[in-house]
Design a binder for this molecule. Structure first.
Ligand code: GLN
Length: 454
């Protein structure tokens, strides 16, 4: 099989299903074919193969690609073409995967269903009437539908793990700082992480191996040694200590989801692991703290979209202030505006202590909850989402219900620790995800447990 064969197979599959799934915002057939040709020639001339040699990949559309439109799912950037590649895109190129194009997402990664994309929603490949999850819904659906071999997503409060769960694929959010954010359009900089979405855990280890590592271009990049993630996949979980937070199986969790987690724990038990109920007592405050902190950071990060520097510009403005107002009013969708208003309010001088500062303190308490459990346990396990995927349109007018879908992914993001979602069964024909959470920079254990379970 040549790389050209793989790329043609991907193009063929995209042609077959993407008019229904709608995972792609931009397809780069020409670029992919050209890259494949170069790789085939290199191989014929005895060149070395990279870790991801020849694999067709998709990239979430908030990750900067030189010369290839990068919209963030927003009308503001509908014609924006970056002049540089994100570090992860460079790393994919070094590992020799082939970027097929850019994948749909909720506008600026704000959302959990892909319905906030300002272009069109992506559909869940398992049932086209259902959402694929979000915000990396295009990334999860493209892998689930077999359009690409793997994809990259971004996770600020669950956006890799939740869509992976809804689409029955593997989604890994690395430790904050493990993967460079350089070239990722910022939503909430203290939470944003890029990670792989794949069909299985082994592929996840391969992609993580290729994209992890220190980057001087990202001031929050961690200068840590990168272990060999593949050699961690031993299948051995004997003696592993698992904490299962009672808050993750309590109120608001669908009984079928709870059942799937309990039977997953039985599987791990049969492999020699032990589990006990633990408590992460501040879980109930996580969603409120997250929506204050993430919106505050977003209000600051999105100030750069002013109609002057990037993307669209209002044509009917009489002066500079009007140019800002009109460009932003026309360019942003309603969820993005809601977050900017919430964040601006929380940061305003009279309210800073009551909201932003308070939320930061809650974030610290949540992190301490995790520290305490990890002092005694190797991993924490629970569901990825309280329910399976819901119907398109079902929650679109109810942002609060939508926000509560993140109840078990958000605490992990606030604590900055790694977590993977692996498929663990079905409810009414729709996939469910098991969330395996690890200590900071202990992706090896997270992947080992996921691999043994899978
Ligand atoms: N659903 C969450 C939100 O809307 C998470 C988004 C994300 O992780 N990018 O903010």
């Amino acid at each position: 099989l040549s790389v050209t064969d793989l790329v043609e197979a991907s193009i063929g599959r995209i042609g077959e299903v993407d008019s229904k799934v709608k995972a792609f915002l931009t397809l780069d057939e020409e670029g992919a074919r050209a890259a494949a040709l170069i790789m085939d020639k290199q191989l014929a001339n005895g060149g070395e193969r990279g870790l991801l040699f020849g694999l067709p990949a998709g990239v979430k559309d908030n990750i900067s690609t030189e010369g290839l439109r990068t919209t963030c799912g927003s009308q503001f950037l509908k014609n924006f073409t970056p002049v540089y590649d994100a570090t992860v895109v460079n790393k994919l190129r070094s590992a020799q995967s082939v970027t097929m194009g850019k994948l749909n997402m909720d506008e600026f990664a704000m959302g959990g269903s892909n319905e906030n994309s300002s272009f069109f929603p992506t559909h869940n490949p398992w049932n086209l009437d259902y959402v694929p999850g979000g915000s990396s819904g295009g990334s999860a659906a493209a892998v689930a539908a077999g359009e690409v071999y793997f994809s990259l997503g971004s996770d600020t409060g669950g956006s890799i793990r939740q869509p992976a769960a809804y689409c029955g694929v593997v989604g890994l959010k690395p430790t904050y700082g493990l993967v460079s954010r350089f070239g990722l359009v910022a939503f909430a900089s203290s939470l944003d992480q890029i990670g792989p979405i794949t069909k299985n855990v082994e592929d996840s280890a391969y992609v993580l191996q290729s994209i992890a590592g220190y980057d001087p271009m990202d001031s929050t990049s961690a200068n840590v040694e990168i272990p060999d993630y593949l050699s961690a996949l031993t299948g051995d979980v004997k003696g592993l200590k698992i904490g299962v937070p009672k808050e993750y199986l309590g109120q608001g969790i669908d009984p079928k989801v709870k059942e799937s987690v309990l039977s997953a724990l039985k599987v791990l038990e049969s492999l020699g692991a032990v589990w006990e109920e633990v408590s992460l007592p501040h879980t109930e405050y996580a969603v409120a703290a997250y929506y204050l902190l993430a919106s505050s950071e977003a209000s600051s990060n999105l100030a750069r979209f002013d109609g002057v520097r990037y993307g669209e510009r209002a044509t009917d403005a009489g002066n500079l202030l009007e140019l800002y107002h009109k460009s932003r009013s026309q360019g942003f969708g309603s969820e993005v505006k809601r977050r900017i208003m919430l964040g601006t309010y929380a940061l305003s001088s009279g309210y800073y202590d009551a909201y932003y500062l308070k939320a930061q303190k809650v974030r610290t308490l949540i992190k301490q909850d995790f520290d305490e459990v990890f002092a005694k346990y190797d991993v924490i396990i629970g569901p990825t989402s309280p329910t399976a995927a819901f119907k398109l349109g079902e929650q679109v007018d109810d942002p609060l219900t939508m926000y509560l879908n993140d109840i078990v992914t958000i605490p992990v993001s606030l604590a900055g620790v790694p977590a993977v979602s692996v498929p663990c069964g079905f409810a009414d024909g729709l996939p469910l995800g098991l969330q395996i959470i690890g200590k900071a920079f202990d992706e090896s254990t997270v992947l080992r447990v996921a691999h043994a379970f899978e």
